[in-house]
Design a protein around this ligand. Structure first.
Ligand SMILES: Cc1ncc(COP(=O)(O)O)c(C=O)c1O
Length: 437
């Protein structure tokens, strides 16, 4: 669909004037946005639009939420949002790590379920929304994860929010790695638990933060951290947590179906599946679908059934998506070579980055951050990359701390070696032209 551009509507010219307070619009970003002292709840909208149309959009914020008109595969079409032009790009920005979002068998399973069940579940899972396909997915996933039970949620975000707010009560402690996903932080806030953060992936600091806490305690780590692509040092985290009598939970959004000999995740990789008390994963990454899950004991499942409010008070996952996810799960079990291809692609791309002298931080995984560390310049560089044919999403605050901006490369099993070579060449040339390398 063609959109009217802001230059057509004249909004850009009107909004260019700056702010009434005299602060330049270009001083704002999502970390410091002006807060109105007016009593009018909507008073913030005017200054926000001034910033958005006058400065932010033109300076590169239009790069967020550009609509894609193809599956999130290696090659995509977008409608570029500054001039509203169609562009064809090499895609290294999607989570579709195994390329399953558009696998023919996944599409066929989803279509069949759509024909059979219709569009939505039309009810909460605890009322009328549970269908046989939901239970099949939960049972097959529990068998795969070697756990008593798995509970499926509508999204990965609502999984963490529902789980943490159900388990923790005011006064309980939750000790979080400082880099955990926003959904974990939001769940802890909703629970009104006492929150402490420990330094990223540092067991000694976890130990320090656990000292002095008493009562019910939960430590939360991720398998592979979503912004830095580094892996948790799980043996040490488990050891410290157990020694202090705390339970430990792992969110394997970016590692389930990829890590471990059988693809069960980082806990399998370390041989610590039984030592970790709660396992979380999502269907939106390696399986290319939507939804999230908690794997653990039958008692945990029973309890969450009544208390995970993000699931109790929300419609069940759409049956067609559920059937597609189920088929994607079956493919990952049947075709371990998908993981092998992913890891060989990761090794190839890492080799290219290392040969080009590109700073990829502490990544060891399919998530490869290209560190820019300059919140303004990254938007200009992202525009150049897009003009050169490469789709890489700039990641800035609030997704990462200020001045920790980076491009997050997501490698997929569906990238060809030629595509990875081409992407690396565009990236390295652009970083050289920009003086980053
Ligand atoms: C570690 C982690 N947990 C949870 C989520 C939320 O998952 P979803 O996008 O499926 O809602 C994400 C999303 O990127 C994530 O990185």
């Amino acid at each position: 669909m063609a959109h009217q551009s802001d230059s057509d509507t004249g909004l850009e010219d009107q909004r260019d004037a700056g702010t009434a307070s005299g602060v330049s619009n270009s001083d704002y970003d999502y970390s410091n946005f002006y807060y109105s002292s007016s009593d009018d709840l909507f008073a913030i909208f005017g200054p926000y639009d001034d910033w958005w149309y006058g400065t932010a959009r033109k300076n590169g914020y239009y790069l967020f939420s550009q609509p894609m008109s193809t599956p999130p595969g290696a090659q995509i079409n977008l409608e570029e949002q500054l001039n509203h032009q169609p562009v064809e790009l090499l895609n290294l920005a999607s989570y579709n790590y195994l390329g399953l979002s558009h696998h023919p068998e996944v599409i066929a399973a989803a279509k069949q379920a759509l024909d059979h069940y219709g569009l939505g579940a039309a009810g909460s899972p605890i009322l009328s929304g549970t269908m046989d396909v939901h239970l099949t997915l939960e049972k097959e996933l529990a068998a795969f994860k070697k756990k008593e039970a798995v509970m499926v949620f509508p999204t990965g975000y609502s999984t963490n929010v529902g789980l943490l707010s159900a388990l923790l009560r005011p006064g309980d402690w939750v000790i979080l790695d400082q880099n955990v996903h926003a959904s974990i932080v939001d769940g802890a806030i909703l629970a009104k638990a006492q929150v402490r953060f420990f330094r990223h992936n540092q067991p000694a600091d976890l130990e320090k933060k656990l000292r002095g806490t008493t009562g019910k305690r939960l430590v939360v780590v991720e398998g592979v951290y979503s912004m830095d692509g580094d892996m948790v040092c799980l043996p040490e985290m488990v050891e410290v947590s157990k020694r202090h009598g705390a339970k430990i939970m792992i969110d394997e959004a970016h590692s389930t179906f990829m890590y471990g000999k059988e693809g069960r995740g980082v806990a399998e990789h370390f041989g610590l599946e039984d030592e970790v008390d709660i396992h979380v994963g999502t269907f939106s990454k390696a399986l290319g679908g939507q939804g999230g899950f908690v794997a653990g004991s039958q008692s945990l499942y029973n309890y969450l059934m009544g208390f995970a409010r993000s699931r109790v008070f929300s419609c069940a996952l759409a049956p067609a998506v559920t059937a597609g996810v189920l088929q994607a799960l079956r493919i990952t079990k049947r075709e371990p070579q998908l993981r092998a291809t992913l890891w060989s692609n990761v090794a190839h791309f890492r080799g290219l980055m290392s040969a080009g002298g590109v700073d990829v931080g502490d990544s060891t995984s399919q998530i490869i951050p290209i560190m820019i560390r300059n919140d303004r310049r990254i938007l200009a560089i992202a525009q150049k990359l897009q003009q050169a044919g490469l789709y890489l999403q700039p990641i800035i605050f609030p997704a990462v701390a200020k001045h920790r901006s980076r491009f997050r490369v997501s490698i997929s099993a569906t990238h060809t070696t030629a595509q990875l070579d081409q992407a690396a060449a565009i990236l390295i040339n652009t970083l050289r032209e920009e003086g980053i390398l």
